[in-house]
Write a protein that binds this ligand. Structure first.
Ligand code: PMP
Length: 438
């Protein structure tokens, strides 16, 4: 029923269930990592006879690898509306490395100042900024969305001291999409730049960084290939040459220098100086293939389709008694396809375990590397947080998270709804079968 299902590796994998039966695995954990496109896997296999270390060799294979690697940056910029000639694509391991790298650059260039983060960030877009700058957090509203009035208030209060507004494009917990261009406009009005953590946005929606002359321009963008049907170990940081040019490399070594003597170093030009060591050519080839396929499907289609899956899920789960959807998205359709929930009376870890063991459904549960957001969404008390700091409380607050990809189907969601109804109707039984580990 979904023509794109055949593009994905492993969609028909059979997995064991508790009790000895088997079933086809259902993956509702695409926000963590997506399975690869089959053609991405094939491209890796095909290219393995051609690949070679780049930029240093003169052999045919080395030249071919260098050419593919170097020209890939234009395809990346085209995919997200970056500007050739003004923006630089730096390849990194993942979003986490991209943001750490940018925070090191900012420390080197600016030394001090304020970074405005938000209360809905993944730890990867929060912790790298701490201890380097004064970090403040834009509030969220009652339903978990970013409070734009508070953003402007904070930009005003810090009067020109804010170096950067760093915000997720879409939350990995609630799926809320932030109005990144409106936020860019505000940041620029007060002399700040904007970084968009695109880990959950780029794989699910068309992204446009817009021209540098636009007040809505996105200055920096970071994302990871493993959330967009390509492998682990390759990610992207995009930002202006004019800023990156001012920094010395955070990792130093092979490939980062132009001239070196025992007492002199002249760094290489961008992007080489920011990509120390032998680069991940295979990762780039795989990411390129994935982008080609996403382009051919169209991000607009994918966005619409995935949101329709989320809507269907919301509509059905909201009719099941004892399923708590927390009013997220009550007044918002601006989301990527992520649905967090809980079942009253069961811990999220029990629900996730039951879905896996009884129905072969893979989800994620817990805090999703966003503890401050979860604490606010669930009104976790300071006393409880203190107990956790002391190590006295092992059971964590959190959600069960469903996150869909372009290959998921209504039939799969119906299977989920079926087992959730069964769990709700037989709660006592499942509580006994899956006791909460303390
Ligand atoms: N930001 C967000 C919003 C994420 O969802 C994730 C991954 N869960 C990250 C950053 C970090 O991505 P990675 O683990 O690929 O570095």
């Amino acid at each position: 029923s979904n023509p794109y299902r055949n593009l994905i590796a492993g969609v028909n994998t059979i997995v064991p269930l508790k009790g000895g039966n088997f079933t086809t695995y259902i993956n509702f954990d695409n926000a963590a990592t997506t399975p690869p496109f089959i053609s991405v896997v094939n491209r890796i296999v095909d290219f393995s006879q051609w690949y070679s270390s780049i930029h240093r060799g003169t052999g045919y294979k080395s030249k071919l690898s260098s050419e593919i690697y170097d020209s890939s940056r234009k395809a990346i910029l085209d995919f997200v509306g970056g500007t050739c000639g003004k923006d630089c694509v730096i390849y990194v391991k993942n979003t986490t490395e991209a943001i750490n790298k940018l925070s090191n650059m900012y420390k080197e260039i600016y030394g001090t100042g304020v970074i405005l983060s938000t209360s809905m960030e993944h730890h990867s877009n929060d912790l790298p900024w701490r201890y380097k700058f004064h970090v403040d957090y834009v509030n969220i509203d009652q339903e978990g969305r970013l409070d734009l009035e508070d953003l402007e208030k904070k930009l005003q209060a810090y009067r020109g001291m804010v170096r950067l507004v760093t915000v997720t494009g879409a939350s990995n917990v609630t799926g809320y999409k932030n109005p990144i261009h409106q936020i860019a406009r505000l940041a620029h009005k007060y002399g700040a730049k904007i970084l968009v953590d695109g880990a959950q946005l780029v794989p699910h929606c068309a992204v446009d960084m817009k021209p540098h002359s636009s007040p809505e321009h996105i200055d920096y963008l970071a994302f990871s290939a493993h959330k967009m049907y390509a492998p682990f170990g390759i990610g992207v940081l995009i930002g202006p040459n004019s800023i990156f040019d001012q920094c010395s490399p955070d990792y130093k070594g092979g490939g980062t220098i132009d001239v070196v003597t025992h007492d002199y170093i002249k760094w290489a030009e961008l992007p080489d100086k920011e990509e120390a060591g032998t680069p991940n050519v295979m990762g780039v080839v795989a990411l390129l293939e994935s982008i080609n396929i996403l382009n051919s499907i169209s991000m607009e289609y994918l966005d619409r389709y995935e949101r329709s899956l989320a809507q269907y899920t919301y509509d059905h789960l909201s009719k099941i008694p004892d399923i708590d959807l927390y009013n997220f998205h009550k007044n918002s359709n601006d989301r990527v396809s992520i649905v967090p929930f809980n079942i009253k009376g069961l811990h999220h870890s029990q629900v996730a375990e039951i879905l896996s063991e009884e129905a072969g459904i893979g989800v994620r549960n817990g805090c999703f590397c966003a503890q401050p957001y979860i604490q606010k969404l669930l009104n976790v008390s300071n006393e409880e947080i203190d107990e956790r700091k002391k190590g006295n409380l092992k059971i964590r607050p959190g959600f069960v998270r469903l996150s869909f990809g372009l290959y998921n189907t209504i039939e799969e969601i119906d299977a989920l709804i079926g087992i959730l109804k069964k769990i709700v109707d037989n709660k006592e039984h499942y509580m006994r079968e899956y006791p909460l580990e303390s």
